[in-house]
Design a binder for this molecule. Sequence first.
Ligand SMILES: [Fe+2]
Length: 174
Amino acid sequence: MADSRILNQEVVADLRASDSELDSLIVWLDEQTPRPGLENLGERLSDLSIDVGELRSKIASNQNEYCRNILARTDAYELIAILWTPGQDTPIHDHRGSDCAFVILDGLSTETIYELDQSGRALPVSRRIYQPGEVCAADEPDIHRISNDTDSELLNLHVYTPPLGGFRMYDAAE
Ligand SMILES: [Fe+2]
């Protein structure tokens, strides 16, 4: 479903040394106690100018499933660079106890929002395409799916607070 990798901490240290924006984001995240609120997080992510080329050169993709590259994880948050090759998508899911916010770094990110019908299956109710620099934020109960519907890679930088413990998946009603 997804390939999850914890980035080597030396690689993360190199990235932080060469990209002060990424470094200051992690410093800021470490300072938020007990954890960043979703609104603050959204604002913080929208102000970022990450060195996308440098980050991309240090993270993995997977041709079979989208790839989660975990940059940092504490009890309060996790920071993950997620890469989708063309046509890849997440399952339809919620966030079970975690807020989620992400900024689009490269490519176009499609978010489809769902509501449950009476039999508990997910009906799509809206869809939005996010451009690089735009931030998408989801409260715990929101049900959505992220997809790369383009012919190019999609790279997003996600923060989950607290770290995603597990999430529920849903069957599409379509
Ligand atoms: Fe999500």
